[in-house]
Design a binder for this molecule. Structure first.
Ligand SMILES: [Fe+2]
Length: 255
């Protein structure tokens, strides 16, 4: 990806996305040569499949709709789920160019937390630390999500990713305590991106941390929490991921 980030002021004459024609309200967006591109269009460029009306995009489009619903429930802003799914694809493309595989990884990442829809508000939105009993409820979300997504024809591999997204490379995750390559590739890649996104996002108890802080933590956990091959891909894609995280930080500051 060759886009560079620029401020709204520097691009003041062009306040419309040249790809979708929508007005760009975020103060930061991507530049492609002389043209500007909004965040939503930037993310679409990373997604698998052809045009928006391509029937093969239907599962991903439905997954996007459900993920938006979950984002609203969790009071996440804007494009959280789409962003995480696209970041995961950036890593996945270093391992495979097979569109069939990428078409599973995208909805798998989008729907990773779908099972949280069944977690009561008092637990899901609790501002303080969870009790042991509340954690037990929360930890059921991968299986609850799997039970739903696995019923969708064509999303079998995506549902395995949903089930495995809280596993850790060293076997200390849940729900099954899988380790190494027992964990689906998409889930191993997603785990790195999930940590990157969580650390570089504002939380009620702290402001977003810098990219370099998240990077240090991810490198530290290579081989234990994370697959070293996924961390290698994360390092190799630093320029793209850093730009996408930078865009997220500025986008959430938009008035
Ligand atoms: Fe989760």
């Amino acid at each position: 990806m060759t886009e560079s980030l620029i401020s709204g002021k520097a691009c003041e004459p062009v306040r419309v996305c040249t790809l979708c024609g929508e007005r760009i309200d975020s103060p930061v967006f991507a530049r492609m040569g002389e043209q500007c591109c909004c965040e939503a269009c930037l993310l679409k460029r990373v997604q698998p499949g052809a045009g928006p009306n391509d029937p093969e995009r239907a599962p991903s489009a439905l997954a996007e709709a459900l993920a938006e619903l979950l984002d609203a429930r969790e009071q996440e802003t804007g494009l959280h789920s789409k962003r995480v799914a696209c970041h995961t694809l950036v890593l996945a493309r270093r391992f495979t160019a097979d569109p069939a595989v990428l078409r599973q990884i995208h909805p798998g990442a989008l729907l990773h937390d779908l099972g949280k829809i069944a977690v009561p508000d008092a637990i899901l939105l609790k501002p303080g630390p969870l009790t042991t009993g509340e954690w037990a409820v929360m930890r059921r979300h991968p299986e609850l999500g799997y039970q739903v997504v696995s019923k969708v024809p064509g999303l079998a591999a995506a549902s395995e990713m949903v089930l495995a997204h809280q596993e850790r490379f060293d076997g200390s995750g849940y729900p099954r305590g899988l380790s190494g390559k027992e964990i689906p590739l998409g889930a191993r890649l997603f785990a790195v991106i999930d940590t990157l996104d969580a650390m570089t996002s504002d939380r009620p108890y702290r402001e977003a941390l810098a990219y370099d802080v998240a990077k240090s933590e991810i490198l530290r956990l290579s081989g234990t929490q994370f697959d070293p091959a996924a961390v290698e891909a994360f390092v190799a894609e630093e320029a793209t991921l850093r730009a996408m995280v930078e865009m997220k930080c500025h986008a959430t500051e938009a008035p």
